[in-house]
Design a binder for this molecule. Structure first.
Ligand SMILES: [Zn+2]
Length: 218
C-alpha cells in the first residue's frame, strides 16, 4: 500500500471523516472501503510507523506474570503490518486514535483534536551532531499502561528544551552540561562523544539549526 495523504493535516482530516462516517463499524469488523483503509494507512504513516499494510485482525499480547493474553486492539478490528510482521505498538496506537475520536460527541472539534494528537505522537527527526554522522535521537516516550489510551504517547518536539536523549548507533545517554563561561557540552556517557554548544542553544530545534549552520561553514 502507498501513502495518499502524506501531510499530517490532510491525513488527520481524512481519518476524522472516516471516524464520523464509519468509526463504529470498525468495532464490529465490518469490511471497509478502500478509501477508509487508506485513511488509516496514511494516519499511521504520518505518525512515523512505516506500515506495509493495514489488514483485518486482532493482536494478542502476553500479560506479564500471567498466562493470560490481552488484545492490543479492542476498538478497531484492523492491525498494522510492517514487512511480514504485526506491529503491536502501531496497532495499539491506531486503536487508541479511533477510541479517542469516537469519544468526541462534539464532532466539530474532532478534526483539530485528531491532528493535535497525531502531531504529539510523531517522533522527533534525528538531529545530526557531527560531520562523521553522529546523531541525537529522542529517548523512548513513557507509556502509562493504566491510561485509557496508553499508546497515545507524547514524543519530543523541536520546541522542547534539550534534555536526556540518546546517541544513535552507540545507544549511550546524551547529557547537556555547562562546561565554560560561554558554552555547554553535549556528551555521551557511553562513548565520550563531546559536542560544544553556545549557551544560547536551548531547544532541539535550535540545536538542529546550529549544527546545520556549523556543518555548512566547515
Ligand atoms: Zn555514544
Amino acid at each position: 500500500m502507498k501513502t495518499f495523504y502524506s501531510h499530517p493535516r490532510e491525513a488527520a482530516n481524512a481519518f476524522a471523516n472516516m471516524v464520523n462516517m464509519h468509526g463504529h463499524a470498525l468495532r464490529h469488523n465490518k469490511s471497509l472501503r478502500q478509501g477508509e483503509l487508506q485513511a488509516m494507512f496514511d494516519l499511521v504513516s504520518c505518525a512515523g510507523f512505516k506500515p506495509s499494510e493495514i489488514v483485518e485482525g486482532q493482536i494478542l499480547e502476553d500479560v506479564p506474570d500471567s498466562t493470560r493474553k490481552d488484545p492490543v486492539n479492542r476498538s478497531c478490528m484492523y492491525k498494522v503490518v510492517t514487512g511480514q510482521r504485526d506491529h503491536a505498538f502501531a496497532t495499539g496506537w491506531l486503536d487508541n486514535m479511533l477510541s479517542y475520536g469516537l469519544g468526541f460527541y462534539n464532532q466539530e472539534g474532532l478534526h483539530d483534536k485528531l491532528y493535535e494528537q497525531l502531531i504529539k505522537s510523531t517522533p522527533l527527526d534525528p538531529i545530526r551532531l557531527t560531520k562523521e554522522g553522529d546523531f541525537l535521537i529522542e529517548s523512548e516516550p513513557k507509556v502509562n499502561w493504566r491510561d485509557i489510551c496508553p499508546y497515545l504517547v507524547t514524543h519530543t518536539k523541536n520546541e522542547d528544551k534539550i534534555g536526556m536523549s540518546i546517541h544513535g548507533y552507540c545507544h549511550g545517554w546524551l547529557d547537556l552540561r555547562r562546561t565554560t563561561e560561554t558554552h555547554n557540552a553535549l556528551f555521551c556517557r557511553a562513548c565520550y562523544l563531546r559536542v560544544a554548544l553556545p549557551l544560547e542553544i536551548k531547544t532541539y530545534g535550535e540545536l538542529r539549526n546550529y549544527i546545520e549552520e556549523q556543518l555548512l561553514v566547515s
